[in-house]
Design a protein around this ligand. Structure first.
Ligand SMILES: NC(=O)c1ccc[n+]([C@@H]2O[C@H](COP(=O)([O-])OP(=O)(O)OC[C@H]3O[C@@H](n4cnc5c(N)ncnc54)[C@H](OP(=O)(O)O)[C@@H]3O)[C@@H](O)[C@H]2O)c1
Length: 219
C-alpha cells in the first residue's frame, strides 16, 4: 500500500487525514508538532532520517496557524514579532519539510506534494473586503498563504521534471480549532473530498491552486 506523510497531525484536518488514510489501508506517517516542528530544520531532518530512506508517495503539508492577535491582524497594531510565526509555520515550513523529504518522495510511486493553503491567500479571489471572520483582517495569515502558494509554484517547477505533482488546496471552511464551530464543513467531509481530489491528481495538475470542490482558484 502507498505511504502518506502528514504534518501537524495532532488535531483537526491532519488528524482526520491520518484517520481516513489509515482506514483505507495506507501506511500513515503522521508526526505531531512535538515529534517534528515544521519550523525547526534539525527536528525535520532527525524525523526524516528515522524513516531510513523509506519511500513516501504523498506528502501533505497540513500544519498551520492563524493568528488572531491584533498585532498580526489589525492595521495600526502590527508588530514584526506577531507576524513571524505565521510566515514561518505556514510558508517556510512546507518548503523545509518538502526539501527534507524529496529523496523519499522520489522513491515513491505517486510523487504528490499537497500543501494546505486557503482561499484567504488568493489575492485575485479575495474580493474588495479584508474580512476574515470576527471582523479580523488576518493580514499575517493571508500573507503567509499567498506566500505558500508561491512556494508551491517554485516546487512545481523544481520537482516537475522528476514526475512530481505539487498543488495547493483550500480545504473549505472547516469545523476545527482553527475554523471554529460555526464553519460550514465537517473535517470528515472536507478530508473525504480532498482525498478524492488527491487520488485524481496527475502531473497535468502540477502547480495548481485547487478549491475543495476541484475548481481551480485564482491566484
Ligand atoms: N479549518 C479551516 O477552515 C481551514 C481553512 C483554510 C485552510 N486551512 C488550513 O488547513 C490546515 C489545517 O488546519 P486545521 O483547521 O486542521 O487547524 P488546527 O485544528 O488548528 O490544526 C493545525 C495543526 O497544525 C499543527 N501545528 C501548528 N504549528 C506547527 C508546527 N510549528 N509544527 C508542526 N505542527 C504544527 C498544530 O499542532 P498543535 O495542536 O500541537 O498546535 C495542529 O495540530 C492549516 O494549514 C490551515 O491553514 C484550514
Amino acid at each position: 500500500m502507498p505511504t502518506v506523510f502528514i504534518t501537524g497531525a495532532r488535531t483537526g484536518l491532519g488528524q482526520e487525514f491520518a484517520s481516513q488514510y489509515g482506514a483505507a489501508g495506507w501506511k500513515v506517517i503522521a508526526p505531531t508538532r512535538s515529534d517534528m516542528d515544521v519550523t525547526d530544520n534539525k527536528s525535520i531532518q532527525a524525523y526524516v532520517a528515522s524513516l531510513d530512506g523509506a519511500p513516501v508517495d504523498l506528502l501533505i503539508n497540513n500544519a498551520g496557524v492563524r493568528s488572531t492577535e491584533p498585532a498580526a491582524c489589525k492595521l495600526g497594531a502590527f508588530t514584526l514579532d506577531a507576524w513571524l510565526p505565521s510566515l514561518a509555520i505556514n510558508a517556510v515550513g512546507p518548503a523545509l519539510v518538502t526539501q527534507s523529504l524529496v529523496e523519499n518522495l522520489k522513491k515513491g510511486e505517486q510523487k504528490k506534494v499537497v500543501t494546505l493553503s486557503s482561499r484567504l491567500g488568493s489575492i485575485a479571489g479575495g474580493g474588495g473586503s479584508n474580512s476574515g471572520g470576527s471582523g479580523s483582517s488576518y493580514y499575517a495569515y493571508r500573507v503567509s498563504k499567498s506566500a505558500v502558494n508561491q512556494v508551491n509554484r517554485c516546487l512545481s517547477i523544481d520537482l516537475g521534471p522528476f514526475g512530481f505533482t505539487c498543488v495547493v488546496m483550500n480545504p473549505g471552511w472547516v469545523k476545527t480549532k482553527m475554523g471554529g464551530a460555526g464553519a460550514s464543513m465537517s473535517p470528515q467531509d472536507s478530508v473525504e473530498a480532498l482525498r478524492g481530489l488527491i487520488a485524481q491528481l496527475d502531473p497535468s495538475r502540477n502547480g495548481q491552486f485547487l478549491e475543495v470542490d476541484g475548481t481551480v482558484l485564482p491566484w
